[in-house]
Design a binder for this molecule. Structure first.
Ligand SMILES: NC(=O)c1ccc[n+]([C@@H]2O[C@H](COP(=O)([O-])OP(=O)(O)OC[C@H]3O[C@@H](n4cnc5c(N)ncnc54)[C@H](O)[C@@H]3O)[C@@H](O)[C@H]2O)c1
Ligand SMILES: O=C(O)C[C@H](O)C(=O)O
Ligand SMILES: [Mg+2]
Length: 625
């Protein structure tokens, strides 16, 4: 009877060659070729990332759970254990997908190819990667960040090669406190975490959402100079409600419905406790959580942990800066802001975040009284998927309720509950039309035509949804219908529009990337235990005041991305200054709270600049253990 049927079928030459290789491995003792489960085990002298980065031993997503525990790599890979066959199918599907797309048009495969090349450099040589990114930020930010990062997340199961960051899944409940020690770095300054439930305007992408956390942290390094060895992208996989991913045999995440209610909160609580236990000074940025949880989690953690929600708070600050810029661009003083009529399309985490912040800013300008706060409410009209939100709306979201229009008021304006966006724009004649709806093309010809009747001398159009295809309109559409006397700002980058006769329609990018890196860096360097409203406000005001009068009058209300490192430094300094003023600053390293309080404005800027990492090769010296 054949005991080794496979080997018996091998040709004698091949068998001899194999025996020689096994012999060589035995001498070397660190490598062995019999790695298949059920065969003689292989001794390895490394664990953790060293295993995953060693092409001889790495099995990628095929490591079983017991092996992941044994080798300290639990959490360093997506949670779905794949078979060898599935791994091959995933690789082939990715390869073929690129070919299929190539027939559709040149753009997707082209940008994905660029992303892959950059990603491979990131895997090989971080210093060089960040040098390339920083020196070519205008060209590569749209690849590693919005909009291409959206496509990367959509294709992540195919694109995944080497792991980056940590994965905590619903299956890891009770284990996170020990798993967090599997991360090799003893110091982590910034975590960007997502649960993948609302990635840009692309919806629930489950575990594939890790791409957005990676992209945001690339900007933390490039713009804020956070040391790349101290950043950690995190994916909390609590399942997905995306039907396609639930069915996809090659999906890398948990193939079960999203946890909800208490069970969901318990997972996020456990994660927060674990990371703050290991790294008490870390800052956690929540990113792309569906609105349903974004506000709740923010309220739950913001007074006890160093955290903020970028989509709610970062976006709000960026929008405020843009709205104030739009006032200045009309040649009016910023203090005229409370007179602006603002129509907002979209009442999710981003839209509501902007509305709350804009209302507070108006109220502050009007004397910060309760009456001022109440009267500021009437400057906003909010339209969601069901149309204009009014008090007669049933089951109105509690976060949107303060902005529901009074029935009497809107009847006077010739409107009604559920009125369409075009109707609202037509009747209200707003100064600003702002989109955070995730609906590409929502600012249709009809809507833009209606905006022609705006009472503003220079109406502002902010299609802020991402990525590019989800923008509510393109600059070409806006400038061609409304002429060149408008202010245009979109969430994803567009090229300026040639309007003929030497005129250029300027396309601003209204993206939270102009704030979150500075908020994170400022919080880190101030040593504040929380991210206060005042620190966020200081960041927004710094951005609002960054552009010169001359630029603003030309319609340039946000800096170009080539200046992102400079604006980030300024924002961080403003955040540090505010933390000191609020008596929150506990300091950073040798610069303790007392020393910080002694610094003047110029010294704070210098302190910030001196603590920003730059990509340079250090001299390396070998030392025996
Ligand atoms: N530019 C930026 O810096 C920035 C920051 C954060 C979010 N965003 C973008 O904002 C978008 C929304 O994010 P979110 O977290 O608020 O999402 P969300 O899904 O929570 O909210 C979307 C909102 O749009 C509304 N909506 C849907 N269809 C509509 C329609 N036809 N007309 C009017 N409203 C409609 C929904 O009712 C909901 O209120 C995303 O595309 C995201 O990429 C941009
Ligand atoms: O990621 C971005 O480009 C901005 C924002 O955080 C978003 O969710 O769209
Ligand atoms: Mg986001």
């Amino acid at each position: 009877m054949a005991i080794f049927p496979t080997q018996m079928r091998l040709s004698s030459t091949l068998l001899r060659r194999l025996q020689q290789r096994v012999g060589a491995a035995a001498v070397n003792s660190s490598r062995n070729f019999t790695t298949t489960e059920g065969h003689r085990p292989t001794m390895v002298h490394k664990r953790s990332l060293d295993i995953l980065h060693d092409p001889w031993f790495n099995k990628g997503t095929a490591f079983s759970f017991t092996e992941r525990d044994r080798l300290h790599i639990r959490g360093l890979l997506p949670p779905n254990v794949m078979s060898f066959e599935q791994q091959i199918a995933r690789f082939m599907a990715d390869l073929k997908r690129l070919e299929v797309q190539a027939r559709d048009g040149p753009s997707d495969p082209y940008v994905l190819a660029k992303w892959r090349i950059l990603n491979r450099l990131h895997d090989r040589n971080e210093t060089l990667y960040y040098k390339v990114l920083m020196e070519n930020i205008e060209e590569y930010a749209p690849i590693v960040y919005t909009p291409t990062v959206g496509l990367v997340c959509q294709k992540y199961s195919g694109l995944f090669r080497r792991p980056r960051g940590m994965y905590f899944s619903a299956a890891d409940r009770g284990e996170m406190m020990s798993m967090v020690y599997n991360w090799p770095a003893d110091q982590v300054d910034m975590i960007v975490v997502t649960d993948g439930s609302r990635i840009l305007g692309l919806g629930d992408l489950g575990v594939q959402g890790i791409g957005i956390a990676i992209g945001k942290l690339d900007l933390y390094v490039a713009a804020a100079g956070i040391n790349p060895q101290r950043v950690l992208p995190v994916m909390i996989d609590v399942g997905t409600d995306n039907e396609n991913l639930l069915k996809d045999p090659l999906y890398l995440g948990l193939q079960e419905r999203r946890l909800d209610g208490e069970e969901y909160v318990e997972v996020i609580d456990e994660f927060m406790e674990a990371v703050f236990t290991r790294w008490p000074h870390v800052i956690v940025q929540f990113e792309d959580f569906q609105s349903k949880w974004a506000f709740k989690l923010l309220q739950r953690y913001r007074n006890n942990y160093r955290m903020f929600n970028d989509d709610v708070q970062g976006t709000a600050g960026v929008a405020i800066a843009g709205l104030l810029g739009a006032v200045r661009a009309q040649g009016r003083p910023m203090i005229d802001f409370p007179k602006m009529k603002i129509v907002v399309a979209g009442a999710g985490s981003a839209g509501i975040g902007v509305l709350n912040a804009a209302r507070k800013t108006m109220a502050r300008m009007l004397g910060n009284t309760e009456i001022a706060f109440e009267s500021a409410r009437s400057q906003f009209w909010v339209v969601d998927a069901k149309g204009l939100i009014t008090e007669s709306r049933e089951n109105v979201d509690p976060d949107a309720r303060p902005f529901a229009r009074k029935i009497k008021e809107i009847e006077r304006q010739g409107l009604r509950e559920g009125a369409t966006l075009a109707e609202v724009v037509h009747q209200v004649k707003p100064d600003v039309l702002l989109g955070l709806s995730a609906v590409g093309g929502l600012f249709s010809k009809e809507v833009l035509e209606a905006l022609k009747h705006s009472t503003s001398t220079r109406p502002a159009i902010f299609p802020m949804s991402n990525p590019t295809r989800n923008a509510e309109c393109t600059p070409e559409e806006a400038f061609s219908i409304l002429g060149d006397n408008i202010i245009f700002a979109s969430g994803s980058p567009f090229k300026d529009v040639d309007l003929g006769n030497g005129h250029v329609g300027h396309c601003n990018q209204a993206n939270n990337m102009f704030l979150f890196p500075g908020i994170g860096l400022g919080t880190l360097l101030s040593g504040s235990r929380i991210v206060s409203d005042g620190m966020l406000q200081a960041a927004a005001e710094c951005l609002a005041g960054y552009m010169t009068e001359e630029e603003v009058l030309k319609g340039i209300i946000y800096p170009s991305i080539s200046r992102i490192r400079d604006i980030t430094k300024e924002v961080a300094a403003a955040v540090v200054k505010e933390a000191i003023e609020e008596d929150l600053a506990e300091g950073y390293r040798e610069m303790d709270g007392r020393e910080l309080r002694k610094l003047d404005e110029a010294q704070i800027s210098e302190f910030v600049e001196n603590n920003m990492w730059s990509p340079d090769y250090p001299t390396l010296i070998y030392k025996k253990d």
